[in-house]
Design a protein around this ligand. Structure first.
Ligand code: NAP
Length: 315
């Protein structure tokens, strides 16, 4: 039987948390491998413009920041295995045994989970049926298809409001549909939306159906939370940004999750399982930003390195 490859630190997920963990681990000369189910970058690559990452006073695109972080980690020796989703993580003495879909295995002294989060669904009729035919979860990817068309963005958080602004570059009108009469998004982004004449707010409204015609989105049905009559809004695109769900399934049997499914970590990124760390949007940390993901990735790597050193010194 061939010997199983052994590495120091396996990082699962290549978003800002995983990329920063990879930078710190590889600079410490640990054998570091980032396993990514797709390509490195994470959710940030679907964000048009990041204007709250320090050091970039004019902002930077989500794709560029991910690419720079990737290059920086690679420069110090981190190895990236793309389209290499890990499907199982099991304890293996004090190490971890990782298995992918092809039953290939790796032993890691420590693991950092940085799998991030996925967008939530609305779960209304027509949403699944018209996905890719007018319903989208990525304005950066699909916005250009809606030049001079009418679109709606669903949600009232940072993602919804930022992406609505981005969509005004293409669409003739952008409706922001939010279930309350007050947005959750950061005030300065809200102000930009209010000042943009292409944006129209549909507040205290919830989508009850995505309506289609000839196999494409033709409108959305909106109910009122304040007893107003239902309306049918004719449009061609629906962009859904109603929050995210953590991708923690891989370790749900190994470490503690909170009630919403986020991995519980201490202030250094340690989960409830020794040697297993987590960082970024998959964790129960409150602030979910590129900078907090990066900071938590650095802490997790630092602690994973210390855990490995202490173990090796005690052998
Ligand atoms: P979020 O902050 O959780 O906001 C989700 C929005 O969707 C809320 O307005 C929520 O309404 C609404 N919503 C939730 N479920 C809904 C449903 N079933 N039907 C209709 N509306 C629903 O999520 P997010 O905007 O995706 O952001 C996720 C995290 O990333 C946040 O921590 C955010 O701050 C961060 N982020 C930061 C930036 C930035 O700093 N530049 C950019 C993007 C995202 P309620 O308000 O009524 O709860």
């Amino acid at each position: 039987m061939p010997e199983i490859e052994t590495i120091d630190i396996a990082i699962i997920g290549g978003g800002p948390a995983g990329l920063t963990a990879a930078l710190y681990a590889s600079r410490a000369r640990a054998k570091t491998v980032v396993f990514e189910s797709g390509l490195p970058g994470g959710q940030i690559v679907t964000t048009d413009w990041v204007e709250n990452y320090p050091g970039f006073p004019d902002g930077i695109s989500g794709t560029d920041i991910a690419e720079l972080m990737h290059r920086q980690a690679e420069k110090f020796g981190a190895e990236f295995r793309s389209f290499a989703a890990i499907e199982k993580i099991e304890p293996h003495d004090l190490d971890f045994l990782l298995t992918n879909a092809e039953d290939e295995q790796v032993i890691a002294h420590s693991v950092i989970i940085a799998t991030g989060a996925v967008p939530k669904r609305l779960n209304v009729p027509g949403e699944a049926e018209f996905t890719g035919r007018g319903v989208s979860w990525c304005a950066t990817c699909d916005g250009a298809f809606f030049r001079d068309k009418v679109v709606a963005v669903i949600g009232g958080g940072d993602a919804a409001v930022e992406e609505a602004l981005f969509l005004t570059k293409f669409a003739s009108r952008v409706h922001i549909v939010h279930r309350r009469d007050e947005l959750r998004a950061t005030k300065c982004i809200q102000e930009k939306c209010v000042a943009n004449e292409k944006v129209q707010f549909e507040l205290s409204r919830v989508v009850t159906e995505v309506v289609g015609e000839d196999g494409k989105v033709a409108g959305i049905r909106l109910a009122s939370t304040k007893g107003e009559p239902e309306v049918l809004l004719p449009l061609q695109g629906v962009f859904i940004f109603v929050g995210v769900e953590p991708k923690a399934d891989l370790v749900s049997d190994l470490c503690e999750l909170d009630g919403a499914g986020y991995i519980k970590i201490d202030h250094n990124g340690l989960t409830s399982y020794p040697g297993l760390y987590a960082a970024g949007d998959v964790t129960d940390s409150e602030l979910k930003q590129v900078i907090t993901a990066a900071a938590k990735g650095a802490s997790a790597a630092f602690e994973a390195l210390r855990w490995i050193d202490e173990r090796l010194c005690s052998i």
